[in-house]
Design a protein around this ligand. Structure first.
Ligand code: ATP
Ligand code: MG
Length: 194
C-alpha cells in the first residue's frame, strides 16, 4: 500500500487490514512515498517523519511492515518503480497494490499505466466522498471497506488549529506529531497539547 502517510491514519490501517483479510495476504507492506509528484507543489513533511509515523502505526501488527524503497530512491515516486523494487526484493511474491477510491480514479492518468497491471493485482477500496469506478479489468478488484471519513489533509488541518486527532490516528502517532511539532499553524504556542 503506497501513500504519502502525512500522517498515517485509521483509514489507511482499516483498508489494509480488510484487504489482507479478504485476499488472505501474508503481509501488507506500507510504502511511504519519496517526493510525491502529484503533491510536489504543496509542502509534504520530511520523509523520515512520515516513515517513522508509519512504523509506529504498524508496529503492533505482525503482518504489517514498512518499506523504504520509495523514500530511499532519489527523485519523484512512480508506482511502477515501487512495484519493480518490491518484486526484486520478493521475487516469489504475488503482489497486490491497495488504493483508495480517489487514487483509483487517478490511476489511468499514472505514468506507464499499462505496465502497472502486469506488475501487480490492483485492489481499489471504497472511501467516503469518492466514487469507486469499475475499470472493467479482471486484474483489478474492488472492495467495500468500513467507511472511515478520515484524511491526512484533515488531520493536518486539525493539528494546525489545535483540534484533536486522537482516535483518527493511532495513539503513538498523536504523540509523535506533538513531540516533533508537526503540522502546527504558524505562531502557535509550542505546548498546546494535542
Ligand atoms: P492526503 O489528504 O494528504 O492526500 P490521504 O488521507 O488521502 O492524505 P494518502 O497517503 O494520500 O492519504 O493515501 C494513501 C492511500 O490510502 C491512497 O490510496 C488513498 O486513497 C487511501 N486512503 C486514504 N484514506 C483512506 C480512507 N479513509 N479510506 C480508504 N482509503 C483511504
Ligand atoms: Mg490522498
Amino acid at each position: 500500500m503506497g501513500g504519502t502517510f502525512d500522517p498515517i491514519h485509521h483509514g489507511h490501517l482499516v483498508a489494509a487490514s480488510e484487504v489482507a483479510s479478504k485476499f488472505d495476504l501474508d503481509e501488507v507492506v506500507f510504502v511511504p512515498t519519496g517526493e510525491p509528484w502529484q503533491k510536489s507543489k504543496s509542502t509534504v513533511s520530511a520523509a523520515e517523519h512520515r516513515y517513522l509515523m508509519t512504523v509506529i502505526a504498524t508496529a503492533s501488527n505482525p503482518r504489517f511492515t514498512v518499506s523504504r524503497v520509495d523514500i530511499d530512491r532519489p527523485g519523484p515516486t512512480y508506482t511502477k518503480d515501487t512495484l519493480r523494487d518490491l518484486r526484486r526484493l520478493r521475487p516469489e511474491a504475488d503482489l497486490y497494490f491497495i488504493t483508495g477510491a480517489d487514487a483509483m480514479a487517478q490511476i489511468v492518468g499514472w505514468k506507464d499505466v499499462d505496465e502497472l497491471w502486469e506488475l501487480a493485482h490492483f485492489v481499489g477500496v471504497t472511501r467516503p466522498g469518492h466514487e469507486l469506478h469499475d475499470l472493467g479489468r479482471t486484474d483489478v478488484s474492488l472492495l467495500e471497506v468500513p467507511a472511515m471519513a478520515i484524511s491526512s489533509t484533515d488531520c493536518r488541518a486539525r493539528v494546525a488549529v489545535a483540534e484533536p486527532v486522537w482516535y483518527l490516528v493511532p495513539d503513538g502517532v498523536v504523540q509523535y506529531i506533538a513531540k516533533y511539532g508537526l503540522y502546527r499553524g504558524k505562531g502557535r504556542p509550542s505546548d498546546d497539547g494535542d
